[in-house]
Design a protein around this ligand. Structure first.
Ligand code: AMP
Length: 391
């Protein structure tokens, strides 16, 4: 049975088609610059990558090309072979603790939740509506980035602000990267042979969040009301003192939107180093002795280590620390710097094992008190699994 896993952004659309339940990827691809001119798309099939330049006026044009490519590459003979389409939806609020079959009611709720994720939910909904029209016989499933974290207790998810902000306006920590942390929870549980293991999942890529997991459930996570909370990230500040915002508005004459934009797009690695939001550029500059790059690295590591230490205590110890996403899977330097700082907890890296990229591997020494793994995340397969479960 064929299932499509879809991630629609405002000007992009990523997809993977699976044969389920085998979880075999048949074809995958990305459409970029939808609706903004200069469109292009890439398709990956049988280990081959095809790149094409093609104007993409809107998402429905992209989906039509996607379907044409499925036929042209003999992935399907009829649209009816596609039994389900799973959609990544960023914000499910408090309403969705699990993936759901999308109906009018779900669309209405996700639309209402756009207030909480104005950049993401409307774009996700465009994807949903386009696939509903293009593949009407397939079941459409919404998979929420926030859902996995709905197991957090009030003590963890409430902010110490007037309680009515929560009851009246939904102000609370929601957490994100839920599909990824859930994948890590399941995979690490399998590797450890213990579904009840205590795991600290470090999803560090361009965006980043940590998650404390016990019994396969999210106990706490570093992102909050929005994805600009917690860790220092590629271009996002993470946690700051909220009063910085009016202070900088007064000093610079910038509007609220401009300052928020600075905190999302001009902060983090980019803001501190003045070089780049990409950890590869920071590593190169630091190796050449650039002081701000070295400072940015140290700040980045420290935030992650602080959260790991916090979650270690919150969980009452940890069976495993897992590194995942772009930086976590690829940067041995970042993993080493973090693990070295965790020595007081008895964490000990096996430096030879740590010499790995994008591969599942145990990277801690045998006498480390906590096992440390690299596990490449797979949000797409989680979407495919959830979608398949409804059929
Ligand atoms: P993601 O958001 O998970 O796709 O992660 C993207 C980020 O991963 C990039 O912006 C880089 O900072 C980081 N990254 C990817 N490859 C490497 C690498 N080989 N070494 C260090 N960082 C990397």
């Amino acid at each position: 049975m064929k299932i499509l896993s879809v991630n629609a952004g405002s000007s992009s659309l990523k997809f993977q088609m699976y044969e389920m339940p085998e979880e075999k990827v048949l074809i995958s691809g990305t459409f970029e610059r939808i609706g903004i001119g200069g469109g292009m798309y890439t398709i990956k099939i049988n280990g081959e990558k095809i790149k094409k330049e093609q104007e993409l006026a809107d998402h429905s044009v992209a989906v039509k090309i996607l379907i044409d490519e499925l036929f042209a590459n003999n992935v399907i003979e009829s649209l009816d072979e596609i039994k389900g389409v799973g959609h990544r939806i960023v914000h499910g609020g408090e309403k969705y603790a699990k993936s759901v079959v999308i109906d009018d009611d779900v669309i209405k709720t996700v639309t209402e939740l756009s207030d909480l994720a104005p950049l993401h939910n409307p774009a996700n909904l465009i994807g949903v509506k386009t696939f509903m029209e293009s593949i009407p016989n397939a079941i459409q499933v919404g998979c929420f980035d926030t859902a996995f974290h709905q197991t957090m207790e009030k003590c963890e998810f409430l902010y110490p602000v007037p309680y009515e902000w929560y009851t009246e306006y939904g102000v609370r920590k929601y957490g994100f990267h839920g599909m990824s942390h859930n994948y890590i929870a399941k995979r690490a549980g399998e590797i450890l042979g213990n579904p009840n293991a205590k795991i600290i999942s470090c999803h560090i890529g361009n965006g980043g969040s940590l998650c404390a997991i016990a019994d396969g459930k999210s106990i706490d996570t570093s992102m909050g009301f929005t994805p600009n909370a917690g860790l220092m990230m590629g271009s996002r500040s993470g946690d700051i003192d909220s009063t910085l915002i009016p202070f900088i508005m007064n000093k610079t004459g910038k509007s609220l939107d401009e300052v928020i934009n600075d905190l999302n797009k001009k902060s983090g690695y980019l803001g501190v180093s003045g070089i780049s939001s990409d950890s590869r550029d920071i590593e190169d500059a630091a190796a050449e002795g650039n002081e701000r790059a070295i400072l940015a690295q140290n700040m980045y590591y420290e935030k992650i280590v602080n959260y790991i230490a916090e979650y270690y205590l919150e969980l009452g110890g940890a069976d495993a620390i897992v590194f995942t996403a772009g930086v976590g899977e690829n940067s041995k330097l970042t993993r080493k710097a973090i693990c070295d700082k965790l020595a007081p907890l008895g964490v000990k890296l096996d430096e030879e094992a740590n010499n790995v990229r994008g591969e599942e591997k145990l990277i801690s020494a045998p006498d480390s008190t906590v096992k440390v793994y690299v596990i490449p995340t797979d949000e797409e397969v989680m979407i495919a699994r959830d979608t398949y479960s409804f059929i």
